[in-house]
Ligand binder design. Structure first.
Ligand code: GLC
Length: 742
């Protein structure tokens, strides 16, 4: 529709119709064909009248269902304004990819852009027009369950993925393809104190701007259509009422003109935060912060009109919000085609197709991170006698908590994939125990006591399962143990303080170890677990995350050598939960254990735990062996206009070809504020042929040296710098240069 006509439409709306466009309700309000759905309205405390006027709905998907709802909605819509369907499509719609922490481990933004482009095609066929994705929160504390949804701890890597995911989802949007992306959660939700869900975040503006905001800004610079506010308070003001964050930073500084939606009930939660006395005050605060859509709270529905009537807010502000919503619907072509091409026929063609499975497998292969491979026990030989032991052996629960619309029935289990590689005679499979038996966790995950019964085994059942596993392992040459945390233990409201594998699984591992077999551990989890106690007990470790629809195939591809693992961690694995938050790009402090002249005791460390993580950011092993050497710069000084060429030689002295993720880090040795000991500034993925040496080069530019300094200006500061290149953040291959001001 032409904007002039759209503006005319806006001007024809009554106040109530305008308010309706600023409300998002959940599916139960729309799914029954009769007009009044009393239960949900009463529960939410809104009038039936406003339901039929609400402008968008969350987490309804499926061509048949969305078309029926749209037809009913439009038939009652005086101005024929289509309903907007939004859903949590975080890492796949029906074809589910690895969780974003695994996608981050691919360091392959081009591949992930393609995955999100494919996701948008699937979701569009099912009538979903906006994805509440990507989640681009920076995370440093795996106690927080939502690290699952993040690509990790680094501002630069997260920014690269943020852009690629938004571009993937919104690819071809103007030509009627793709879907709108809604990034979340703005802002700094990942810094929740003590990793506790929905908790306070509080940090200097230096830290916020230099570390936590870049990935959101990258999405805005990539044209993201929508932003979701975060639940947390940030420096004393909840994001959903934070005018500084939403108006000054997001809209004025970054020029974001899209739709701002609250997180679920976050407007009404301003009262619980203690920043608003009641829903009316909360409504006023959220609108002042330019929140356009109130997701699933009664605030805008009940309070906007009274606030307009008593003059507390202007109709101009409401019009601005409605205009942004109508503009988005118009950009999506909904006035011309309210279904955007959704059809059951399109679904049959698009959903979980053979090509999409191949892509999901390709991504999952690259998300796997090989953390240990003692004596090169991996890859396994298919003629070996293999015992596949553990509660994840036959499980199809490999898609994680936020695969909201995925179907575990589509998942390739690890045992199914193993059977494609190993003969029946050479493969024994036994679960050995359950995934989750901890009653306290079960009680806190919201599942009913009846459902819990299937989780907890009696002592006899546990012994029986253990014994079956021991029998299966007895005659094996090697045992592959597939252990990990349950889906319900991670994702939203999945914060934990104990990050080791559960006792029942550790007991099983101990019994298998007593057989003196080689053990390969495969970890299924939505977060970095603390593996330091079991690391010495196994010969190899593969971090598989929740690997998605093709997860079983990807695990087998790595284990049997069909794929040479190339994954590199995008989040540190702590040695102990007591180290948290732990991250590589930390400040030096006045007493670094590496450089301080004080005696060891009096340095920045613990007396009972190493100061380093078990596995650092950027780390991962491969089946080839890469040696980095001869790091060199084409000059030792640069000014703000020119750059420096950095080169490094990489030798593969093995018979196996592979892929290297060459990482370039920079340290600003002296700044107007303290600076991280290292910061990722570039990376390249390069093919490394067997028995070969290649040279990889980078350009160091002035832009790489910019940061928000003492005066909060974003610029580089002359002085000395160090450059590090290697295959993980602990590389000590270093050179120096200076930035001069001339
Ligand atoms: C949830 C999450 C958010 C999600 C929204 C809609 O509480 O915080 O990530 O998109 O509600 O389901």
């Amino acid at each position: 529709m032409q904007l002039k006509k759209l503006r005319k439409l806006l001007n024809e709306l009554t106040v109530t119709e305008k308010v309706g466009q600023l409300i998002q309700l959940s599916g139960e309000f729309f799914e029954s064909s009769n007009d009044i759905v009393v239960g949900p309205e009463q529960k939410l405390g809104i009038s039936p009248k406003i339901v039929n006027l609400s402008g968008s709905v969350l987490n309804v998907a499926g061509a048949k269902k969305t078309r029926e709802i749209q037809d009913r909605y439009m038939a009652k819509s005086k101005h024929h304004i289509p309903l907007l369907f939004m859903a949590d499509i975080i890492y796949g719609y029906k074809t589910i990819y690895p969780i974003p922490l695994g996608l981050g481990a691919t360091w392959n933004t081009k591949l992930i852009r393609d995955a999100y482009k494919n996701t948008a095609s699937e979701a569009k066929a099912s009538g979903v027009q906006v994805a509440f994705a990507p989640m681009v929160d920076l995370v440093r504390d795996p106690r927080w369950g939502r690290v699952l949804e993040s690509t990790g701890e680094d501002p630069y890597l997260n920014s690269q993925f943020s852009s690629s995911m938004v571009e993937g989802l919104q690819n071809g949007l103007n030509e009627g393809h793709g879907m709108a992306s809604c990034i979340k959660h703005f802002a700094a939700y990942g810094a929740a104190e003590s990793g506790k869900e929905y908790n306070t975040t509080d940090m200097s503006e230096y830290r916020l701007r230099n570390q936590y905001l870049p990935s959101y800004k990258a999405a805005v610079d990539s044209g993201v259509k929508m932003v979701m506010t975060s639940f947390n308070s940030l420096n004393g003001v909840p994001a959903t009422a934070n005018e500084w964050l939403m108006k000054k930073v997001l809209r004025e500084e970054w020029g974001f003109e899209g739709v701002l939606i609250s997180d679920y009930a976050a407007v009404s939660e301003l009262v619980a935060h203690g920043i608003a006395e009641d829903n009316r005050m909360a409504t006023q605060q959220a609108l002042k912060a330019t929140v356009d859509i109130d997701m699933k709270s009664p605030c805008y529905a009940n309070e906007l009109e009274p606030l307009l009537e008593n003059g507390s807010i202007s109709e101009e502000k409401v019009n601005e919000a409605v205009w942004r919503v109508l503009k988005l619907k118009n950009e999506l072509g909904l006035f011309e085609d309210p279904y955007r091409g959704a059809s059951e026929q399109a679904e049959r063609h698009e959903l979980v197709s053979k090509k999409r499975r191949e892509l999901a497998r390709k991504v999952a292969d690259r998300a796997m991170v090989l953390l240990k491979n003692q004596n090169n026990i991996l890859p396994l030989n298919k003629n070996q006698k293999i015992a596949l032991i553990g509660p994840y052996a036959d499980s199809q629960e490999l898609i994680g908590l936020w695969a909201v619309h995925g179907n575990t029935k589509d998942v390739i289990s690890i045992s199914q994939a193993f059977r494609e590689h190993v003969t029946k005679q050479n493969l024994k499979i036994a679960e050995g125990t359950n995934i989750l038996e901890n009653k306290e966790i079960l009680n806190n995950t919201g599942i009913s006591s009846d459902e819990q019964k299937s989780f907890v085994l009696t002592h006899e059942e546990e012994s029986q399962k253990n014994q079956e596993a021991i029998e299966a392992a007895k005659n094996a040459d090697v045992v592959v143990m597939v252990l990990g945390e349950h889906t319900l233990e991670s994702g939203e409201a999945g914060s934990k303080t104990n990050l080791t594998l559960p006792d029942n699984q550790l007991k099983l591992l101990e019994k298998i170890r007593s057989l003196n077999k080689k053990i390969v551990l495969v970890v299924i989890s939505g977060r970095p677990l603390v593996l330091s106690n079991i690391e010495p007990q196994v010969d190899a470790i593969i971090q598989a995350w929740f690997p998605g629809t093709e997860g079983g195939h990807a695990v087998a591809d790595v284990i049997f050598g069909g794929f040479n693992p190339s994954g590199r961690l995008s989040m540190s694995f702590p040695y102990s939960v007591g180290q948290l938050p732990i991250y590589y790009n930390h400040f030096s402090t006045g007493r670094s254990p590496e450089t301080s002249k004080h005696s060891t005791r009096y340095t920045a460390k613990y007396i009972d735990t190493p100061v380093k993580p078990l596995y650092p950011f950027g780390f991962g092993l491969s089946y080839h062996h890469a040696i980095y050497s001869n790091l060199r710069l084409n000059k030792k000084t640069m000014n703000k206009e020119d750059n420096i060429k950095v080169s490094v030689d990489i030798r593969n002295d093995s018979e196996v070809a592979g892929e290297e993720t060459v990482q370039l880090y920079i340290r600003d040795v002296v700044g107007s504020i303290v600076r991280p000991v290292k910061e990722l500034k570039s990376f390249k993925k390069v093919a490394l042929p067997a028995n070969s040496t290649i040279t990889v080069s980078f350009e160091v530019t002035n832009d790489m040296l910019k940061f928000y300094g003492r005066d909060l200006n974003y610029e580089s500061e002359p002085g000395n710098f160090e450059i590090f290149v290697g295959n993980n953040s602990e590389t000590d291959l270093k050179e120096k240069f200076s930035l001069i001001d001339e």
